[in-house]
Design a binder for this molecule. Structure first.
Ligand code: PMP
Length: 340
């Protein structure tokens, strides 16, 4: 057995298990496996990108001891940066759209991040959270005694490098190279493109699962970045070709509406003990579509991106679901408390 003593929190990032998704596998005749990224210390896949971005900035000399990391994030990258940053002595400043879940904002503050909440605005708006964070990093670089860097997860390819060097090789070793397909959604695109660059040369088909409101499915199928509708999933749904996505083309692409994805999240919670966020639902629905296209007998891996408690006030709240016109599972409305 390997040594189980890690030198610090950073060393505890990655090496997550693959879990067989029973119902999805049985329904398709394929083996659908979920990479349990919610088991990272910050409970999401983004710990990997956060660690690689910090390591690259330290190696280049841009991030100095006691320096500040600035980032625009839907939450999970910020949580990863704050926790890994804290373990290495860095301060973290996070710019977040105010529409993100309260749980993620609370967790960021708990992890010691200083938050700047901004109204949600499209990328073309200069006050979009990503662009705002870039400007703030420039200002803080001038005023902070130990300097500041912009993590820039969308266009910093240290992000996808984390998946090329860790997620990909882990999955390849865990499946002993017996793997037919991989699929996930894109936020920054670091995961899907990193996996594509690592797995496609090995003959594995890599697919994109795109939620409503994202423009990538349209781009990869028609060449035009166009989007329609919206999704309650957080952290995914990209509208442009980020630097992390450059040089990657999915073998298959699917548009997945929330109404198709959420039943997977609810069923896995009730029947398989998996507490997942909305983006995992998009991923699993994508894996099921890919399984149907590949046919029975194939093995497909997807990403279980983050832990569901992060979305208790939204995804698991009947009033919120109803307000979005989404179906509420019966069990969610029924209290199972025992009255004494
Ligand atoms: N799911 C969740 C919950 C996320 O926060 C993110 C990242 N924003 C993703 C999926 C997508 O990961 P990536 O940035 O690597 O595309």
């Amino acid at each position: 057995m390997m040594s189980t003593i890690y030198s610090d929190l950073a060393a505890a990032v990655g090496n997550t298990p693959l879990i067989r998704l029973k119902a999805a596998s049985e329904a398709t005749g394929c083996e659908i496996l979920g990479k349990a990224e919610f088991m990272n210390p910050g409970q999401s896949v983004k710990d990997r990108a956060a660690l690689y971005i910090i390591k690259a900035a330290v190696a280049s000399g841009d991030l100095k001891p006691g320096g500040t990391i600035v980032e625009g994030t839907a939450g999970n990258t910020g949580i990863g940066l704050a926790l890994v940053g804290a373990s290495m002595g860095f301060r973290t400043v996070i710019v977040i759209p105010e529409t993100q879940s309260q749980e993620k904002k609370d967790m960021l503050r708990l992890a010691g991040a200083e938050l700047v909440e901004v109204p949600a605005a499209p990328y073309k708006n200069p006050n979009n959270y990503v662009r705002y964070s870039g400007r703030l990093a420039q200002e803080l670089a001038k005023t902070e005694p130990n300097g500041a860097i912009w993590a820039n997860q969308f266009d910093n390819i240290a992000n996808r490098q984390a998946h090329i060097e860790t997620t990909g090789p882990e999955i390849w070793a865990q499946t002993e190279g017996k793997l037919d397909g991989f699929i996930c959604a894109a936020g920054s695109g670091g995961t899907v493109a990193g996996m594509g660059l690592y797995l496609q040369p090995k003959g594995v088909k890599v697919g994109l699962a795109d939620p409503d409101g994202a423009a990538l499915h349209s781009f990869y199928t028609t060449g035009v970045l166009a989007s329609e509708g919206g999704s309650i999933s957080e952290g995914i749904g990209q509208g442009r070709i980020t630097k992390n996505l450059e040089g990657f083309t999915p073998d298959m692409s699917y548009n997945i509406p929330d109404a198709e994805a959420l039943p997977f999240v609810f069923d896995l919670l009730r029947n398989e003990g998996l507490v997942l966020g909305g983006s995992s639902g998009i991923n699993i629905a994508g894996a099921v579509r890919m399984a149907r296209d590949l046919g029975p007998g194939h093995r497909i891996v997807t990403i279980l991106c983050d832990y569901g408690t992060r979305y208790q006030s939204k995804l698991f709240n009947p009033d919120f679901l109803r307000s979005k016109g989404l179906e509420v599972p019966e069990w969610m409305e029924t209290s199972r408390d025992i009255q004494t």
